[in-house]
Ligand binder design. Structure first.
Ligand code: AHG
Ligand code: MN
Ligand code: MN
Length: 340
């Protein structure tokens, strides 16, 4: 997977286009635009002037969660970066109740962009890794007019690209265009502001040794999940039990799972049967990446990518990571018969 060649994001995308003549080049332009937005958000996340944009706006988002200024900045930055260029017919953001139409004077394109502008926002003040997640579809509504809600409610297997940016010890952009084209990671070199290919063709280990979920919710979990976690803690794998790691930013936990293997879980529990994470903005894009990297992503029973969305902000339980680990927790859930 390690890459020696000096390969920038634009060059990698252009080379990828040559290999896939069916690609119109438009998707490449979209990915490059996303790279630009990522650089601008990264600047804001990392710059000394963080003080004036930290802290709560005092507002609440559609999910009733306190919104931090950086969420708003990232949300507005992405829209500004992506609403021209004529690529999209409609957008939707975790931070916006309804679908987002393009400005009236803009050319309407054939793509749909869904995004979580800032993931892990509760970690901002503690300088813990946060991220941006994006998901791209082709429109399915007829005509060349503005896109519709129907365009934004497609099952995840119809994504034409998905990825995330993680603003951590370095800023990395990880994306896939699906269809076996692989998962590729680019690290931002702040010296000259380019994303350089640092992880060419990421493949997740078939089984890992790390489990990742919020154990504070233990007493609300389904019995099968309790049995599974006790199994990981009480058995020896290569001489020791699984390790627990949980950042609390999905992008950081998924990034570590993708590179090191293991399993990330945000389960449904007796208080929230559908769990917390959003199907369209978090689970579908991460599921496409994980399956492309050879992993597995389900709601505990069925593939995330096959869920037919009903609502823009709907949530789903998610069990995602190394194939063997996800298959094993599914067995424990079946045996536990989802009893609480
Ligand atoms: P967001 O900041 O976009 O609302 O996402 C936060 C999510 C996700 O990043 C993370 O995995 C999860 O919240 C953590 O939830 P808990 O604090 O309940 O564990
Ligand atoms: Mn999120
Ligand atoms: Mn968010």
């Amino acid at each position: 997977m390690a890459t020696k060649r000096f390969m920038t994001l634009p060059r990698h995308i252009m080379e990828g286009e040559k290999e896939h003549p069916e690609a119109t080049g438009e998707l490449s332009t979209i990915l490059l635009q996303l790279g630009l937005a990522a650089k601008l958000i990264s600047l804001e996340v990392n710059k000394a002037g963080l003080a004036e944009i930290l802290g709560f706006t005092g507002d609440e988002n559609v999910h009733g969660e306190k919104v931090k200024k950086l969420d708003i900045y990232a949300h507005e930055m992405l829209i500004k970066a992506m609403d021209h260029g004529g690529h999209f017919c409609v957008m939707a953001s975790e931070e916006e109740e309804d679908i987002i139409h393009l400005p009236p004077n803009q050319k309407i394109g054939k793509y749909v962009l869904l995004f979580d502008p800032l993931d892990g926002s509760s970690n901002i003040d503690a300088n813990i890794s946060i991220g941006t997640i994006f998901s791209i579809y082709k429109r399915i509504s007829q005509g060349n007019g503005p896109g519709t809600r129907e365009d934004c409610l497609q099952p995840g297997y119809k994504q034409v690209a998905a990825g995330y940016v993680v603003y951590g010890s370095s800023t990395m952009l990880v994306y896939t265009s699906g269809h076996g084209h692989g998962v590729h990671g680019f690290t931002l070199d702040p010296a000259f502001g380019e994303f350089l290919l640092s992880h060419d063709g990421i493949k997740i280990p078939k089984q890992g040794r790390i489990y990742s979920l919020n154990e504070g919710n233990y007493f609300s979990w389904p019995q099968g999940l309790k049995n599974y976690i006790k199994y990981l803690q009480s058995n020896l794998f290569e001489g020791k039990p699984y390790q627990a790691r949980y950042v609390g930013s999905m992008v950081a936990d998924i990034h570590r799972t993708l590179l090191y293997g293991g399993i990330f879980i945000y389960p449904g529990d007796k208080r929230n049967l559908k769990g917390k994470l959003r199907l369209m903005y978090e689970c579908n894009p991460m599921a496409l990446l994980m399956e492309e990297a050879g992993g597995r992503a389900t709601d505990g029973h069925s593939r995330i990518l096959e869920i037919q969305p009903e609502a823009l902000h709907e949530r789903t339980p998610i069990y995602i990571g190394s194939e063997d680990d996800v298959l094993l927790v599914e067995k424990f859930l079946r045996d536990g018969a989802d009893r609480y």
